[in-house]
Ligand binder design. Structure first.
Ligand SMILES: [Zn+2]
Length: 268
C-alpha cells in the first residue's frame, strides 16, 4: 500500500463513519470485537466494503459483519439478528484465490440469499469432486532393492504437485504385505495385513520415478534417474489395513493433507 493511500483512507471523517457501521474485527489475541475495523484495510475501505452488503432477504437492514482472526487464520461472517441467517467464509474455501478473497465471497453469498447449509453442501460436493480416486493413481509393484527376482513385497506410488514457489512437493506411499507368522522364523504365504508407509518430499526441482525393477542388482540406477532415495525407503509407518483396497484408500485420503487432489496432482 502506498503512503498516499494510507493517508486518504485514514482521514478522521472515515474513521468516525466506519465506527458507526455494524462491522467488526475480532482477534483471539485481544479477545474483543473492534467496531469499524478490518485487518489490512483503511477505514475508507471498511466503509466501501460494508456498503456492498445488502439488507437480509428477510428485509432487515444493517446485518452484522465480523472478521475473525485466530493464529493467522481468517474468516468473515455476516449475520442477521432478525431472522438468524448467518453465513461464514474462510480463507480455506476453495474458490478463495487471493488475499481477503473470503470477504468478497461471503458478501456475494449473502447478497444472493444463500444459507450456510448451501455453502456447506457446495463445499462437500467440491471436496468429493477433487478427492483423489483409486483410478487416478497407478500403484507399482515393490520388489526389495528394486530387483525383479526378489519376491513381490507390496506396492508403491509416487504423487507430486507444484508448490507456490514453482518447486515440487511429493508423496511416496508404500504398502507392504505382512505375512502370517507360523513360527519364530517362519511365515506362511497368507497375507494378514497391508501396512501403509508414507514419505513426503519438499522443494524438489523435478519429479522422479523409479526405473522398472532390474534383472540384477545395480544400486546406483535409482539415483542416476534423478531419484532422491530408493524404493526401499518407505518413510513413516501410518496404519496396518486388512485389505489392499483399504490401504490404498488410506493413502489417498491422506493426500489431501498436503493439497494433493485431482486438480493439483501432476500427470506423469
Ligand atoms: Zn434476516
Amino acid at each position: 500500500m502506498n503512503k498516499r493511500g494510507l493517508l486518504t483512507g485514514w482521514d478522521k471523517k472515515y474513521v468516525s463513519e466506519a465506527k458507526k457501521l455494524n462491522i467488526f474485527c475480532y482477534s483471539a489475541q485481544c479477545d474483543e470485537e473492534v467496531q469499524g475495523v478490518l485487518n489490512g484495510f483503511s477505514p475508507k475501505d471498511v466503509i466501501r466494503i460494508y456498503k456492498k452488503i445488502k439488507p437480509c432477504k428477510c428485509g432487515a437492514s444493517s446485518p452484522k459483519a465480523l472478521e475473525t482472526e485466530c493464529m493467522g487464520d481468517f474468516d468473515f461472517s455476516i449475520s442477521c439478528n432478525k431472522c438468524g441467517r448467518s453465513i461464514v467464509r474462510t480463507m480455506y474455501d476453495f474458490d478463495v484465490k487471493k488475499p481477503d478473497g473470503w470477504i468478497g465471497l461471503c458478501i456475494r453469498d449473502w447478497n444472493n440469499g444463500v444459507n450456510q447449509e448451501e455453502i456447506d453442501a457446495a463445499k462437500d460436493a467440491e471436496h468429493e469432486r477433487i478427492r483423489l480416486k483409486p483410478e487416478d493413481v497407478v500403484w507399482k509393484p515393490l520388489h526389495p532393492n528394486n530387483l525383479a527376482n526378489n519376491p513381490l513385497e507390496g506396492y508403491y506410488t509416487l504423487l507430486f504437485r507444484k508448490q507456490r514457489d514453482g518447486k515440487i512437493f511429493g508423496y511416496k506411499w508404500t504398502i507392504e504385505f505382512q505375512y502370517e507368522e507360523i513360527g519364530p522364523a517362519l511365515s506362511s504365504s497368507l497375507i494378514n495385513s497391508y501396512i501403509l508407509f508414507g514419505k513426503s518430499y519438499m522443494d524438489l526441482d523435478s519429479v522422479f520415478t523409479y526405473p522398472e525393477p532390474a534383472k540384477k542388482y545395480e544400486f546406483s540406477k535409482e539415483h542416476e534417474n534423478g531419484c532422491v532415495d530408493g524404493v526401499n525407503d518407505y518413510g513413516d509407518f501410518f496404519y496396518a489395513y486388512r485389505s489392499l483396497e483399504e490401504a490404498k484408500e488410506g493413502a489417498l485420503a491422506r493426500c489431501a493433507w498436503n493439497g494433493l487432489n485431482r486438480d493439483t496432482t501432476m500427470k506423469q
